[in-house]
Design a protein around this ligand. Structure first.
Ligand code: GTP
Ligand code: MG
Length: 195
């Protein structure tokens, strides 16, 4: 996919703040610090349009990025970060659940997992929830550059197994560091939009 134009549009916390132009949306969920915002930057070929941090808990709203005036990438706050207050965790939960329940424009949910680690309980719950609500899902195993190539297959298998992923669910191996998987993920996104 050729990137012609990218822009940050809005940080939304409530449905009445979501954009109203009806473009298809691809949203990213996953644990704090797995690399959701970095993945968005890599997909858009922007260095730092989505704010990233080595400290977990950086993204705090539903951040909308528009690509080629045609698609939104929607960055979620991460889950599972203990240092975020209980109240804030609850607010993140409500924000994400409301979006997933209500958003008709959502065409594909990316579930972003750090390839080094087995999916957490929260990851498994998120996957089950997406399945229950029949939201088209793609698993993205990121930070691939952090483990040797010889271990990729074993880790991918473990991730699919722990999540109990259906055979049809696409899995993309990704690295925001090297750009591995970028074209494959754009193809998966474009397929979902056409579906
Ligand atoms: P929250 O906003 O807290 O939910 O985190 P996030 O999932 O958006 O993570 P973010 O993109 O901010 O990245 C967290 C850290 O991981 C940063 O220090 C990134 O540079 C690093 N990182 C992200 N993706 C990769 C990757 O593919 N490879 C490597 N080596 N580091 C990465
Ligand atoms: Mg983030």
């Amino acid at each position: 996919m050729k990137i012609k134009q990218t822009e940050f549009v809005i940080s939304a916390v409530r449905p009445n703040q979501y954009p109203e132009d009806g473009l298809p949306e691809i949203a990213l969920a996953g644990r704090s610090n797995v690399g959701k915002s970095s993945l968005i930057n890599k997909m858009m070929l922007r260095k730092n349009l989505a704010r990233t941090s080595s400290q977990p808990g950086k993204t705090q709203q539903l951040n909308y990025y528009r690509v080629n005036e045609a698609i939104y990438l929607v960055d979620f706050p991460g889950y599972g970060y203990a240092k975020v207050s209980k109240k804030q965790r609850e607010q993140f939960g409500v924000m994400i659940e409301t979006y997933l329940r209500e958003r008709q424009q959502l065409v594909l949910q990316l579930l972003v997992i750090d390839i080094r680690h087995e999916p957490s309980k929260d990851d498994v719950l998120m996957y089950e929830w997406l399945k229950h609500f029949e939201i088209p899902t793609c698993i993205v195993a990121t930070k691939a550059d952090k483990i040797p190539r010889s271990k990729w297959d074993k880790h991918l298998k473990q991730i699919k197994q722990t999540l109990g992923a259906d055979k049809e669910v696409p899995v993309v191996l990704f690295s925001s560091e090297t750009g591995l998987g970028r074209e494959q993920l754009w193809d998966t996104i474009l397929d979902a939009i056409d579906a």
